[in-house]
Design a protein around this ligand. Structure first.
Ligand code: 3PG
Ligand code: MG
Length: 395
């Protein structure tokens, strides 16, 4: 018998054994700590010295079903979150005030603690910090999918001490991505872009055990193109990952699709930008910043054939309209395909929003790194911790 496609057809369901809100003891009159991912983009409408406000409240809105479930049953709810990456000390740029302001509009009466990452104990999962965090609370809910791949104190600590549950957002995320692991409609296509190839090599390797086809775009494609012997000119590429990319390409053969042409920028003698479509070999003086039109068609055709699509990472520097066409064409192909489609990662979601297509995909994940890691490992530290909570079934 010959088997086409990936070696591991299905994987265990990460939802199995997760305690849900219904598994909490009666919450009426109880103090419940909710870990949310309110790591939202901010803006400064009155300039950098003025007050910050929330630029996109997607992640706050996404937590409302859980907050409403709890408050409507009489729970006294306090949310905790990180914001940005302050290095273990108070930093006014990452103050929670703008988030608190928006939360008060959306969920009146719900409290919000200070930025968890103002304390070094959050990242180091310090037991003393966990003890301070859970002190006085009767229950814990993790609704922070976007950070559940990190074994930080607020993610893995409280479930060891309090009755705990996965919130509605976390459960929705895990079941959407769980469906990709357990019963993806085939062909299953992953579209991965963005810059950091070294960070994503592990996930790409493991994706090839799960998906039928892998499309690589964005800056990381240049390291793969270099591994295939193409010249990449001035494009961003990671020389230290070329060998690993070559091994991956040798193993995966034609299951990996790479760009066949590119939109590149070169600087003329007069110092002006010139935008050219070239490739896949790039001249020495050109930097590739988007996939080219032939590539966009190739990728869109692969999307049109797919039964399941997972997309993480833009195809080019789409914030610049000169280099947005590739990401837009891929986004439109995903939105108009009949495939079950999951999109994760801030940049891909921003591109969908820019095009008004967010409502046209099956599921928009609030977590980029977390959705990739869940696909890679089939589980996350935050989920493992919940399955071991004192109230979890099977304890
Ligand atoms: C995110 O924005 O991806 C999550 O909030 C996690 O943030 P982190 O990458 O700083 O841990
Ligand atoms: Mg991130």
């Amino acid at each position: 018998m010959s088997i086409d496609g990936p070696v591991t057809p299905t994987r265990p369901d990460p939802m199995a054994g997760l305690p849900l809100l219904e598994d909490l003891p009666d919450v009426a009159g109880r103090k419940i700590l909710v870990r949310a991912d309110f790591n939202v983009p901010l803006r400064w409408p009155d300039g950098p010295d003025g007050a910050a406000e929330v630029a996109d409240d997607f992640r706050i809105v996404a937590a409302l079903p859980t907050l409403d479930w709890l408050t409507s049953r009489g729970a006294l709810v306090t949310v905790c979150s990180h914001l940005g990456r302050p290095e273990g000390k108070a930093d006014h740029r990452y103050d929670m005030a703008p988030v608190r302001f928006r939360l008060a509009e959306l969920a009146p009466g719900v409290g919000l603690l200070d930025n968890l990452r103002f304390d070094p104990g959050e990242k180091s999962n310090d037991p003393a910090f966990v003890a301070r965090l859970v002190d006085d609370f009767d229950g814990y809910v993790n609704d922070a999918f976007g950070v559940s791949h990190r074994a930080h104190a607020s993610v893995v600590g409280p479930p060891a001490r309090l009755p705990s549950a996965a919130g509605r957002l976390l459960a929705r995320e895990v079941s959407a991505i769980g469906a990709l692991l357990t019963h993806p409609a085939r062909p299953f296509l992953a579209v991965v872009g963005g810059a950091k190839v070294a960070d994503k090599l592990g996930v790409l390797r493991s994706l090839l055990d799960t998906v039928d086809r892998l499309i690589v775009g964005g800056a990381m494609a240049f390291t793969f193109l270099a591994a295939r012997g193409h010249s990449v000119g001035l494009s961003l590429f990671d020389a230290t990952s070329v060998d690993s990319c070559r091994v991956l390409l040798d193993e995966a053969g034609d299951r990996v699709l790479l760009p066949i042409d590119l939109v590149a920028r070169r600087t003329t003698a007069a110092g002006d930008d010139e935008i050219v479509v070239v490739g896949p070999d790039l001249p020495d003086d050109a930097a590739g910043l988007d996939i080219g039109p032939a590539t966009a068609r190739l990728f869109a055709d692969a999307v049109a054939d797919a039964g399941t699509v997972f997309w993480n990472g833009p195809m080019g520097v789409f914030e610049d309209p000169r280099f947005a066409a590739g990401t837009h064409e891929v986004a439109e192909a995903i939105a108009s395909s009949g495939a079950f489609s999951v999109v994760g990662g801030g940049d891909s979601v921003a591109a969908l929003d820019q095009l008004g297509l967010a409502g046209k995909v099956s599921f928009v994940s609030t977590g980029g790194g977390a959705s990739l890691e869940l696909l890679e490992h089939g589980d996350l530290p935050g989920l493992v911790a919940l399955r071991h909570a004192p109230n979890a079934a099977g304890r």
